[in-house]
Design a protein around this ligand. Sequence first.
Ligand code: TRP
Length: 333
Amino acid sequence: MKNTSVLLSGMRPTGPMHLGHLVGALNNWLKLQESYRCFFMVADWHALMSEYKDPQIIKNYTIDNVIDWLSVGIDPNRSVIFKQSDVEEHLELAMILATITPLSWLQRCPTYKEQMKQLKLKDISNYAFLGYPVLQAADILLYKAEVVPIGEDQLPHLELAREIARRFHHLYKREVFVLPSSLLTEESRLLGIDNRKMSKSYNNYIALSEKPSDIKRKVLSMITDPKKIKKTDSGNPKICNVYTYHRIFTDDKIKQKLSLKEIASSCQEGRLGCVECKGMLASKLIVFLEGIQQKRRFYNKELVLEILAKGAQRAKEVASSTLKEVKSIVGII
Ligand code: TRP
């Protein structure tokens, strides 16, 4: 039976969707859309906070990312797919929440401190970026979402959303909001080809729209067990990123030269070399991504704009009703 609990999640359109997004988020969204009333949002305002110098990329990746969401199976008939900036209520609620959010809560947010340290190249010491979690709280609270699937790095933002909601309830003695809970993805984060977290900024990703020749090149550059130098050396699949990929992307329904077990044992016993092992992985990923890429061809910009327009309409119905309640409570009508 379909659960009527509301779920909301979002992604910033700042780069191509890659295998890390698929394993860490999209596969999860796919499962969740079976059992929740889902809102999946393109967080373009959040993207603008860091990409304001080159905003064209937000426009392009909004379309491109949604095409990927649709191609992996996010279903616009079942879930509401929308763009944050199409629903003005997000900014209005964020403004109201900003008035009751102490500056110190934002200044000591660990993600803020971390990003300021890491993203030295991008100037994000702007007023909007400090308020990033306030807008994210508005995104969530507007829809009274009970469940928010996120990566671990986003936990402080969810905690802030709860804190802000509690403070609102306390100040105005009205329980308008639902306190959201996080839903952490089960699958551990997929590492990039250099063994660091897969990310656009490290340029270590394999995009869902990656060309076969680039998949091959990238997979061949992956790091394996550093102790396995020759084919005959005994390797340790447990610490090998290539093996992790085999584990995630081996589909038993497709006939393969070696099963997952055989890959592990022949690596350990020195019968399988890393180059051959990577070759097999590249072929697997090419076949796997070809499936998604074939579906990608079905969508174009016009279709995506249509889906986003319908999604915005459905999102607005919920968002405007919550905002009305909130505005009347704070005396702005
Ligand atoms: N901050 C999130 C990220 O970078 C994106 C996001 C914006 C989001 N609003 C949200 C995620 C609301 C969950 C709920 O990944």
